[in-house]
Design a protein around this ligand. Structure first.
Ligand code: SF4
Length: 378
């Protein structure tokens, strides 16, 4: 069991290691608060290499708080497209508007003010406060949980009490005076590069201080909690074509893909085939009578604990009721009518496939849109 008297040695070794091995990430060049914040939000559930590319594009497009606060939502979601968890992008804009309204456009430097921003939880607030402002607050992510659980041999599930509280205490107590920025990052970076899921103990400078290494049980730490049940879901979606154009709709502001554009569709219900679900969903969502022309493809997509199979079809109008035959605002062709109602959406378009690129879409719908641009629709 470690005693606090060993903390200075642990701190010193980790800080020296970080100094020698830290990756040259773009937001580490200045530790500017806005850049730190964007990087922290972007890197949640995103691999580092992908995150860096997105970060650089984002900073080019939205270089400061003001540009995000004033951005068009479509442009914001397009810049985020592919990262998933779109609520993060919307929260960034909501937080930027709070910073403009309540902090005169200056990123707040107090931990409590940072924590009050939309989309910022204790981990993110700790990361921003310590990295951008060098405040002595902990930030405990999965890497930190793993490193501390191994170093201190914490033998209960790390996401639950009492381990959670113990890890938080340790992460606070370990911060060396005046060095929160470097130390918190060192701990996270060490977890990402050395004390990884499969720990590289042979290359580790902390073996003499690591309790689980001493006991030969590093691979048994951290203790995992109960595994979430994986849910398999079949979803049908269809591309309704008319004179070379396809129909898309913008989802209502009520779910994880709110504000994004998609091809209508929905879950295949018990006893239905995907084709039957397709016809039913188009009737329920836009009141268009459609018929399945042919299967297009199947797309697999994972989201948290869901494993989704998207069954994609080419569709045509089953018949075009007189009530639908008037021209729509989006398309001057009578063959591209406006729906009588949009039950799951706030807007719609009839577009040529090559126009779909400027409309932000969830990843599986983007794959479908990309496929369409390789086909020759009539
Ligand atoms: Fe992690 Fe192994 Fe180093 Fe312990 S000795 S901190 S388990 S890498």
């Amino acid at each position: 069991m470690h005693t606090p008297s060993l903390f200075p040695r642990l701190q010193k070794i980790l800080l020296l290691w970080f100094d020698a091995h830290k990756r040259p990430l773009p937001w580490r060049s200045t530790y500017e608060p806005y850049a730190t914040w964007i990087a922290e939000i972007m890197l949640q559930q995103t691999q580092m290499e992908r995150g860096v590319a997105y970060f650089e594009r984002w900073m080019h497009r939205f270089p400061d708080v003001r540009s995000v606060a004033l951005a068009d939502e479509n442009a914001l979601l397009t810049a985020w497209e592919g990262l998933g968890y779109y609520r993060r992008a919307r929260n960034i804009q909501a937080a930027a508007q709070v910073i403009m309204a309540q902090h005169g456009g200056m990123f707040p430097s107090q931990f409590s003010d940072i924590l009050d921003l939309p989309g910022v939880g204790p981990y993110t607030a700790g990361a921003i406060a310590s990295t951008a402002f060098n405040l002595p607050v902990p930030c405990v992510d999965g890497n930190v949980e793993r490193v501390l659980a191994r170093l201190f041999d914490i033998d209960s599930p790390v996401k639950a009490q009492p381990a959670k509280g113990r890890i938080h205490e340790l992460a606070s107590a370990l911060i060396p005076q005046g060095q929160a920025r470097a130390f918190n990052q060192a701990l996270m970076e060490f977890g990402a590069l050395v004390c990884r899921k499969k720990p590289l103990c042979a290359a580790c400078p902390l073996t003499t201080l690591c309790e689980s290494y001493r006991l030969g049980i590093a691979n048994e730490r951290p203790v995992a909690g109960k595994r979430a049940t994986i849910k398999l879901i079949d979803v049908a979606t269809g591309v309704l074509e008319s004179e070379g154009r396809v129909f898309i709709q913008r989802r209502k502001d009520k779910d994880v893909w709110a504000g994004l554009w998609e091809f209508p569709g929905g879950c295949v219900e018990a006893g239905e085939t995907p084709e039957q679900a397709m016809v039913r969903e188009w009737q329920e969502e836009v009141e268009f009578p459609v018929t399945v022309v042919a299967p297009l493809t199947r797309i697999k997509h994972s989201y948290t604990t869901y494993r989704i199979t998207l069954h994609c079809f080419r569709l045509a109008f089953a018949n075009l009721p007189a009530s639908l035959s008037g021209n729509s605002a989006a398309c001057s062709l009578a063959a591209c009518p406006a729906p009588k109602a949009l039950h799951e959406a706030t807007d719609f378009r009839w577009l040529f496939p090559e126009e779909l690129g400027t409309f932000p879409m969830p990843a599986p719908h983007r794959k479908l849109a990309d496929l369409l641009s390789t086909l020759h629709l009539k």
